[in-house]
Design a binder for this molecule. Structure first.
Ligand code: ZN
Length: 470
């Protein structure tokens, strides 16, 4: 008691009084400030992320995954630092790792400098990278992770390549860095679905879980065999198998259609995917039949090549030449270059007499300046069939055949376009193909059985069956 009395007398006498008051006020303010700035400072974690790192979601800090750099997008986003320059000043030894998002104009040297990392570290990492070349080029929004030790020196630099792969350079005892690859395996699941047509095919396929891309593929594969608008009846059944990939439960890429069976007017059409990316029937015959390169028996001189960038010689405006002109004398036999259906026969002021043919698969053709047409609209034609005689009709500077090849409605150079040339599965692939087909059919049968078991009664809900691939 005596001591406090003496202290207060000493503190409040003379000019010391002011100093004391200022000191006390300062201490009080400091307390207030601290409690405002760190309200949740009771974090029991071993490490503390500086408040300047853009942590928007506190839950992620407590998740132990964060410190081990998970590759999942959802975790990344919440830990990303958008302006590392600001953070650098506050980076302390307690930081487990720094996520860095590449901005345009970034260089490795600049990033290292910003993070306060030494030139030696940069050169050591680059030396290791010489054999792998995975650190550059730096693309905006790419993500790098830097792992530092308590002195702020680099222990590990990791670049995320994609959802399944990241690469790291890890400091080893000698001071240099070693390459490390972290690959997350993709898990593939096959799903067989049995369903019935309700309304139109598109809606039914959508309902059964097919993507637009896969519906388009089905349309392409069965074009010329099945008329999806006219032939399909309610309750016609279809089965398919799709393969989907995922990493840690996150879906990657698009579902791939592997097998399809559809029954139309009592007839079943099958399509199976081979490793060449094309579909074949049960017997291994291609569903996108081979095309002929030339629409004529002989190879005539090309008097004007395919040129999508051609400019009109007079106006200077774009006037693409969407086909090739073959210097055929009038009366030359013109051949269908694939199996298909004649969809148009017409006469045009400039194109003259012409034919449009829609082939099976994504292909189509146009033949212009004809003198005589030998097919009718709606007629099915075979590859190599004579469909017309060439001529000089429309606006021409001489007799020739203008021949176009379209893939999915877009003109391509018929002389160089990649077109199917084989008609069936090559012998060496046959075993692999048959094995796949067997597995797919089995899956589809199981899905059918399940459908009938579950449905029994009338049901239009698809039945699904999943199996994980090894
Ligand atoms: Zn032409």
């Amino acid at each position: 008691m005596q001591f406090i009395n003496r202290l207060s007398r000493w503190a409040l006498s003379g000019p010391r009084a002011w100093l004391s008051i200022i000191f006390v006020v300062f201490i009080v303010l400091l307390f207030v400030y601290q409690s405002l700035v760190s309200p949740a400072d009771n974090n029991p974690k071993d490490y503390v992320l500086p408040s300047s790192i853009g942590v928007s979601n506190k839950e992620n800090i407590t998740s132990p995954q964060v410190s081990s750099n998970t590759d999942e997008d959802n975790n990344y986003d919440s830990l990303v630092t958008t302006d590392p320059l600001q953070n650098v000043e506050k980076v302390t030894a307690s930081i487990p790792s720094i996520e860095y998002v590449i901005k345009s104009g970034d260089t490795l040297a600049r990033i290292f400098a910003r993070l306060g990392l030494s030139r030696d570290a940069l050169y050591s990492v680059l030396e290791a990278d010489q054999e792998y070349l995975v650190l550059e080029p730096l693309l905006p929004n790419d993500k790098f992770t830097f792992q530092l030790d308590e002195n702020g020196d680099l222990l590990e630099i990791t670049r995320r390549i994609d959802i399944s792969k990241s690469v790291s350079y890890v400091q080893h005892d000698g001071g240099g860095f070693s390459y490390k690859e972290n690959i997350k395996p993709i898990t593939y699941t096959q799903k067989a679905v049995h369903s019935k047509i309700v309304g139109n095919f598109y809606l039914s396929a959508k309902k059964a879980g097919l993507s637009d891309t896969n519906i388009l593929i089905i349309n392409d594969v069965l074009k010329g065999r099945v008329n999806f608008r006219k032939d399909l009846r309610a309750n016609d059944a279809f089965d398919f198998v799709i393969k989907s990939g995922s990493i840690d439960g996150v879906k990657v890429g698009e579902d791939q259609l592997e097998a399809l069976e559809i029954t139309v007017k009592g007839q079943t059409y099958s399509a199976f995917l081979h490793s060449d990316g094309r579909f074949y029937d049960l017997d291994g015959n291609s569903l996108t039949p081979a095309l002929l390169r030339w629409p004529t028996r002989k190879h005539y001189r090309i008097s004007s090549p395919f040129n999508p960038n051609r400019l009109h010689p007079i106006t200077g405006h774009p006037a693409p030449h969407n086909g090739v002109d073959l210097a055929t004398p009038t009366g030359t036999e013109v051949l269908a270059t694939g199996d298909g259906v004649v969809t148009r026969i017409a006469t045009h002021k400039y194109a003259g007499k012409y034919i449009v043919i829609d082939y099976t698969g994504p292909y189509g053709s146009r033949f212009l300046h004809l003198s005589k047409i030998l097919v009718k609209k709606g007629q099915k034609v075979k590859r190599g069939q004579v469909i017309a005689l060439s001529g000089n009709t429309g606006r021409t500077t001489g007799a020739h055949l203008h021949y176009e090849l379209h893939i999915r409605g877009r003109p391509v150079n018929p002389m160089t376009a990649e077109i199917p040339t084989t008609q069936s599965i090559p012998k060496k692939d046959r075993e692999e193909y048959d094995k796949n087909v067997k597995r797919w059919i089995l899956l589809m049968i199981k899905a059918q059985v399940e459908y009938e078991d579950v449905a029994g009664v009338q049901s239009d809900s698809p039945a699904e069956l999943e199996s994980t691939l090894d």
